[in-house]
Write a new protein. Sequence first.
Length: 150
Amino acid sequence: MSMNVDPIQAMNMDLPDLDTMSEGDMVGLYVALRDAKAIVKKKMKEQIHRHINVKMDALTAKMLGRLDVGKLKGISSDYGTAYRIEEASATIADKEVFRDYVTGNKIWDLIDWRANKTYVRGLVEANQPVPPGLNYSTRYTIGVRRASES
């Protein structure tokens, strides 16, 4: 096998015996499979949007319209029931104003708390203790960089 494996060919072939592959060929196959994954993912995303989401969005708009016009709570059929769901969204328009409001009024339930992993990692790397109440862990995975085109 060479490092320049066609992504689609790599996707459709059986996985070779990894114990007999060279490290270079493993990297080449990994890059080809990652490329195949990106190709398939992009194509599927386009297909889902064009052939499914657009149609579902049109149906959603039409059914919501019929619920509104008929002042209905739902639409029952032999296939199932459609009903209105209210979805809420709260996004921050001005971070400083919102932070000042929360801290000034001590309304802590207005915010979600989570640890800043970059900051915590910096503490660990500086041999400082992990703040109380946090769990910190690391794990290894593999990174594969494509060879530069020359």
